[in-house]
Ligand binder design. Structure first.
Ligand SMILES: [Fe+2]
Ligand SMILES: [Fe+2]
Length: 362
């Protein structure tokens, strides 16, 4: 039966929280189908598929693979609702071709926003605006970032060549076609840490171009930005992507990431500039930062730039427990962080991220 449903929900027989179904049904036609009963007609001419099954159960994976491989499904985004937010679930969802995933239950507003974003294909529209150079740079670097974090978490080799090559693509694409469009596209990536690493890289590239640094320094800024949070590969996802505020003990675990980053990059003989950025991007000029409580001139210029890009990316990006700030509000907040950030540099950074000035950076 085809019906007029816009949203199809695929479920298994397990007991799960299904409060979202009424929420979606307010604005969309909804149809629920058992995972073993899905036919190609069920996924034809619909707007969204929501998958709420046990991804740890091998019996779910086979029928899911079959559904996700249907040609009729190819252009329909699939949202996976995760039960534990474990790495295993995330890997399964990503491998199966999830357009996005979320822990469920989650706050109602966030859920509606996610559904609207997927149904309106905002990600697709943002990617369509990219130039060929931007699209290639983004696709290649995202793959490299994912692989690098995965390898770092397993203690495997963290390839410098791949990171450097993908950063060069970003530098070329940004020099040619600017920052705005690719930053808008990366904003829709589902993984916060990967998205944030790419954003910090992009902001630092544009910042470096604005400051007219030498090409070799631009490369260091790009790589330093992409790798600044590599230490987070050692933090459990249940803490890293926790959809609510952290406890003190969880915060302590996260705050170890600069030292983990230093260890990973030192082990792989990375340039000391990258190690400095990974280790010290949370230091503050007044000595209240971590992990070493460095102050003033003990914090290098390049790490000061990285801290600014890092704070801006954090403030202007959404998290499950906080809304995104506008660029204007984020800069206003940062200009008040005297003692933490280098304020004259924040004033320069303004031109990188505010639209009025952004065109000048192209
Ligand atoms: Fe960090
Ligand atoms: Fe960061």
């Amino acid at each position: 039966m085809t019906g007029n449903s816009q949203v199809v929900i695929i479920q298994d027989s397990g007991l799960k929280n299904k409060g979202y179904i009424d929420l979606i049904a307010r604005d969309h036609d909804v149809r629920q189908i058992d995972i073993n009963d899905v036919s190609p007609q069920d996924v034809t001419n619909i707007k969204l598929i929501i998958i709420q099954v046990n991804l740890i159960d091998p019996n779910s994976i086979l029928p899911l693979k079959r559904i996700m491989a249907m040609p009729e499904r190819r252009n329909i985004p699939a949202l996976f609702l995760l039960q534990e937010f474990s790495r295993r679930e995330i890997v399964q969802a990503t491998t199966l071709g999830a357009a996005d995933y979320t822990l469920y239950p989650c706050p109602e507003n966030d859920f509606i926003h996610l559904i609207d974003t997927l149904i309106n294909n905002e990600k697709g529209k943002a990617w369509e605006k990219l130039s060929p150079a931007q699209e290639e740079a983004l696709k290649v670097s995202l793959k490299v970032v994912e692989k690098t974090f995965h390898n770092a978490s397993k203690g495997l080799e963290v390839s410098q060549t791949e990171i450097k090559d993908s950063c060069n693509l970003i530098i070329e694409a940004t020099a040619k076609d600017g920052l705005t469009d690719w930053m808008n596209a990366i904003r829709f990536h589902h993984d916060y840490t990967y998205r944030h690493s790419m954003m910090v890289c992009g902001y630092l590239v544009s910042f470096g171009m604005l400051l007219q640094v030498r090409k070799t320094d631009l490369q260091k800024l790009a790589v330093g930005g992409m790798m600044h949070d590599i230490g987070k590969a050692m933090v459990p996802l249940s803490i890293l992507d926790k959809p609510s505020e952290l406890t003190d003990s969880e915060q302590k675990t996260i705050n170890k990431h600069p030292l983990h980053g230093k260890d990973i990059l030192t082990r792989e003989n990375w340039d000391e500039v990258m190690i400095d950025i990974a280790c010290h991007h949370h230091e503050q000029l007044d000595g209240t930062g971590y992990p070493h409580g460095l102050a003033g001139t003990e914090i290098t210029d390049i790490t000061r730039l990285a801290s600014i890009a890092d704070v801006f990316s954090s403030l202007s990006d959404k998290r499950p427990y906080k809304a995104a700030m506008t660029a204007e509000d984020a800069i206003t907040a940062m200009l008040k962080m005297e003692g933490q950030l280098d304020i004259p540099l924040v004033k320069s950074f303004r031109a990188v991220v505010l639209p009025m000035d952004a065109d000048i950076c192209k």
